[in-house]
Design a protein around this ligand. Structure first.
Ligand SMILES: CCCC/C=C/CC(=O)SCCNC(=O)CCNC(=O)[C@H](O)C(C)(C)COP(=O)(O)OP(=O)(O)OC[C@H]1O[C@@H](n2cnc3c(N)ncnc32)[C@H](O)[C@@H]1OP(=O)(O)O
Length: 363
């Protein structure tokens, strides 16, 4: 569906609901996704108390609904219709689909998500906008991560389609002001940011970034939460927070000084120094750099080999490496998100965004 397409009508939604009843069992994961989108589309954000830990089924349903955060009702309705339509077409051709075949998951508007060879690949898919991250993309990445945490893949990859990895937060996100004004917008954005980064902090399987091109802002900062970062030699790493009147997020105020030392971290996070892939590798942010001409081939060959390692052992090793940091990371994320909530209301930030939107300035 195109980004500008109108949302699904109530009639489309009702027809999708009756189609669901005729589908063969799509499995628990998809059923949870359908449940969550249905609740969000009809009742809005999750509004019931969290069930107890032993109430497994209701807790899974609650988690799925709650994970949709503040996704608007209309978007949830559209996602529900898209998901059902994808399920219907795949069940029509189910006789041709092998269980281990490349499974493209439908229902996403801003991503292409596939699961193959023990690898779930989440590809940001707005190449014409340099994979800038819209509100919808944040929500969809969270959904895709939640699904990947429970699917049968061993490792999960985040990458970008086109010449950019991602240009970071879509600056037009700030133009859609709700009735509660800019304060409400800043508050909702801070909640979304915190939820988004929490998903990376809590992700249980090895997470790999395949950085196919330049990366900006939040797409760079969250790299500190990945196990491995492979970069094309065309990639650059840029966090122009001060230029935008903003402050670090993605736990980078904590992870970057740990990874590269406080002086190098300050150059990136305060002064917006752009690193080449080789520099980012020397600073420890990137694991390995590959020539762009052989990047995809070399990286995927390596990842396919890694994905054959025993998945439980990899998961346990990741948890041992990360778990003692988790509490700290959640606290840092909360602090960074609330600082940004204030920054977004500052003149410095508003002027910088206006400049971008009116094309007076480029990075
Ligand atoms: C709710 C959670 C919030 C979390 C906060 C995170 C903080 C950040 O992520 S800060 C980083 C924000 N990102 C930027 O400041 C980048 C802004 N973009 C640019 O400076 C340039 O577009 C570029 C250097 C990335 C690329 O320049 P280039 O000349 O090669 O291409 P363009 O013609 O500028 O881009 C093509 C097309 O894409 C649109 N676009 C690119 N990036 C963004 C973006 N971040 N937000 C909105 N739109 C973006 C650009 O406007 C062009 O669109 P049109 O073809 O329609 O003009």
């Amino acid at each position: 569906m195109s980004e500008t397409a109108m949302g699904a009508s109530q009639k489309d939604f009702e027809s999708a609901m009756s189609q669901v009843k005729r589908l063969k069992d799509p499995g628990n994961e998809v059923k949870l996704k359908l449940y969550a989108l249905y609740k969000q589309a009809t009742e809005g954000p999750c509004n019931t108390p969290k069930p107890g830990v032993f109430d497994l089924i209701n807790k899974a349903k609650w988690d799925a609904w709650n994970a949709l955060g503040s996704l608007p009702k209309e978007t949830a309705r559209q996602n529900y219709v898209d998901l059902v339509s994808g399920l219907s077409s795949s069940s029509d051709s189910s006789s041709q689909v092998k269980p281990e075949a490349d499974r493209k998951q439908s229902g996403y508007e801003t991503l292409v998500v596939t699961s193959e060879d023990g690898i779930t690949k989440i590809m940001m898919n707005r190449p014409a906008k340099k994979n800038a991250m819209t509100m919808r993309m944040y929500e969809e990445i969270m959904l895709a991560l939640k699904a990947a945490s429970k699917d049968d893949s061993a490792i999960t990859v985040l990458t970008g389609n086109g010449d950019y990895y991602s240009s970071g937060n879509d600056l037009t996100n700030f133009t859609d002001i709700p009735s509660g004004g800019v304060e409400e917008k800043a508050k909702n954005s801070a909640i979304l940011l915190r939820d988004f980064v929490d998903c990376f902090i809590d992700f249980p399987k090895p997470l790999i970034a395949v950085v196919n091109g330049p990366a900006v802002g939040i797409s760079v900062t969250i790299l500190g939460l990945f196990e491995v970062v492979y970069a094309s030699d065309r990639a650059t790493f840029h966090t122009p927070f001060s230029h935008l009147g903003q402050s670090p997020e993605g736990c980078s105020s904590y992870t970057f000084p740990k990874i590269m030392g406080p002086a190098k971290a300050a150059e990136m996070l305060i002064f917006g120094k752009k690193l080449t892939a080789a520099e980012a590798c020397a600073q420890g942010l990137v694991t390995e750099v590959f020539p762009d001409s052989t990047f995809q081939k070399e990286v995927w060959t390596r990842l396919k080999a890694y994905s054959k390692l025993p998945p439980n052992a990899m998961r346990i090793s990741k948890q041992m490496i990360r778990n003692r940091e988790k509490e700290k990371l959640h606290a840092v994320n909360a602090e960074e998100s609330s600082t940004l909530q204030e920054r977004w209301l500052s003149d410095e930030c508003m002027n910088a965004i206006m400049n971008f939107l009116t094309r007076k300035a480029k990075l």
